[in-house]
Ligand binder design. Structure first.
Ligand SMILES: [Zn+2]
Length: 122
């Protein structure tokens, strides 16, 4: 079989897998119970962030300043906790997990605090 045919079949198989995955995710995410749980989790994360706002504000300002000044010393000591796909970066220092949940902002710039890790966290 020619390389071009092998490549075409691999491309079609990959596109099929992507379509199936996207279709399954859309079906799950459109479920009303999943939507209700998503909203409940978002409210809990916002509520937790409000409870911790004095701490969040100080660390958030430090993180924003470090990004603005390209302060690699501060940034290198930052928590590796990220929810990159959700637009979140934890602004606390590495190793804080025993004391606080992760703290950061959501893509809309609102404070959020969250527990646990995410698949894209490394
Ligand atoms: Zn963190």
């Amino acid at each position: 079989m020619a390389d071009a045919e092998v490549h075409r079949r691999e491309t079609l198989a990959r596109q099929r897998r992507e379509w199936e995955t996207e279709t399954a995710l859309n079906a799950v995410m459109s479920d009303p119970e999943v939507q209700r749980l998503k909203e409940e989790i978002e409210e809990l994360e916002a509520s937790l962030a409000r409870d911790l706002s004095p701490t969040l504000r100080r660390f958030e300002e430090r993180y924003d300043r470090a990004v603005q000044d390209a302060n690699l010393d501060v940034l290198s000591r930052s928590c590796p906790g990220k929810h990159g796909r959700w637009g979140r970066i934890c602004v606390l220092d590495a190793g804080h997990q025993a004391e606080y949940p992760r703290l950061g902002t959501n893509p809309e710039g609102q404070p959020v605090a969250w527990l646990g890790s995410a698949p894209d966290e490394d």
